[in-house]
Design a protein around this ligand. Structure first.
Ligand code: B12
Ligand code: SF4
Ligand code: SF4
Length: 282
């Protein structure tokens, strides 16, 4: 089952037409990484402390999706989509705002393609007889704000951490073996699949600054000074990524203003852009 799911995700990403921009003449995403966590991993309940009490556990996702039925989720599937070289390189030379290519990725790659991929895998497993849910399609899924800034009640980076796909960094970004310039999605299923091991020593092990005190390259890349030794200022970052000017920029080139331009300057032209910098520095 593990191999079947991985191969289906890889096939969809390489063959589906929505993973190609005629305008940029490139796929949005390269070959994905797919890993698995046990739905009963204690981390999911710890996330109620680490993130917020509203953060859903896999069992809560199933309780909402299959209310009135006694269904138990077994596995959480996490998928890393590495952003293609052409889109990453377009953002490397940017100093103030996301490139047009990065901006178009927000509208057409993130919302359109990733939603399609996640729904496809959900249908694929449901057809095989395994109840499977894309948590971000539940009415209960929400993006909201608390005193620390914007967040959601299904955090893809925390799901990916549970599945052993990488770690967080000083700028909050999630660094995988394919780097930090990635997008993430996930599903909860009743298929029983052996979980992958978390190899990282702690939740920030892949960041050069947090592990060795070196680097700080992303601090200098941020056009609004949102990254310092103290961490990442989410509110300042949010204004840059999704504020009024970002929306106008997206609209001007045919993107969805609500998706905004994003930014991602701290995800390009840095040592962790497309690989795990700690893997080569040990
Ligand atoms: C809200 C949001 C934002 C907010 C807040 C980000 C944040 N830090 O949470 C803002 C607007 C600032 C933002 C900006 C961006 N975002 Co955003 N965002 C989200 C969203 C919708 C929810 C994030 C969430 O719930 N966070 C929860 C909080 C609690 O996370 P946190 O504070 O980072 O968590 C810290 C603590 O948990 C702490 N911690 C303390 N103790 C412990 C112990 C353990 C065991 C663990 C695990 C952790 C831990 O470590 C963490 C890191 O410091 C997700 C999509 C999703 N549903 O997940 C995308 C998402 C996180 N964003 C993404 C992207 C790409 C971006 C941008 C590059 C914009 C763009 N598209 O161009 C920037 C990058 C900013 C940055 N430097 O990371 C990607 C992640 C890519 C990556 N490599 O990390 C996601 C996953 C979207 C996707 N589907 O791929 N985003
Ligand atoms: S650029 Fe350096 S300091 Fe910033 S997240 Fe990557 S490894 Fe960490
Ligand atoms: S996404 Fe842009 S504004 Fe946000 S921290 Fe990274 S460089 Fe700064």
């Amino acid at each position: 089952m593990k191999e079947l799911i991985k191969q289906e995700v890889i096939r969809y990403v390489s063959e589906n037409n929505s993973n190609y921009s005629n305008e940029i003449q490139t796929p949005y995403y390269d070959e994905p990484l797919v890993q698995f966590a046990s739905a009963t991993d204690e981390l999911f309940s710890q996330y109620k402390e680490i993130i917020a009490s509203e953060h859903l556990t896999p069992q809560e996702v199933f309780n909402i999706a299959y209310a009135g039925e006694s269904s138990s989720p077994q596995t959480v599937i996490s998928i890393v989509l590495p952003i293609s070289e052409k889109i990453r390189s377009s953002n490397r030379s940017q100093k103030e705002w996301a490139s047009d290519e990065w901006t178009l990725l927000r509208t057409f790659g993130d919302d359109h393609f990733i939603d399609g991929l996640t729904e496809h895998l959900s249908r694929f497993l449901n057809k095989k007889g395994y109840k499977t849910v894309n948590p971000t399609t539940l009415k209960a899924f929400k993006k909201y704000g608390n005193e620390k800034g914007p967040l959601s009640n299904w955090s893809q980076r925390h799901i990916a951490f549970a599945a052993g796909l990488g770690t967080f960094s000083i700028n909050d970004g999630f660094i995988t073996e394919k780097g930090i310039a990635i997008r993430l999605t996930s599903l909860v299923t009743e298929a029983v699949i052996e979980p992958d091991k978390r190899k990282a020593e702690d939740h920030t092990a892949n960041c050069l600054y947090l592990s060795k005190g070196s680097c700080k390259a992303c601090f200098k890349r941020c056009p609004v000074g949102a990254i310092t030794e103290k961490g990442h200022d989410k509110i300042v970052c949010w204004q840059r990524c999704y504020g009024e000017e970002s929306q106008l920029r997206a609209k001007a080139i045919g993107g969805n203003p609500e998706a905004g331009s994003g930014c991602g300057l701290c995800q390009t032209n840095i040592p962790c852009e497309f690989s795990n910098p700690m893997a080569s520095s040990n």
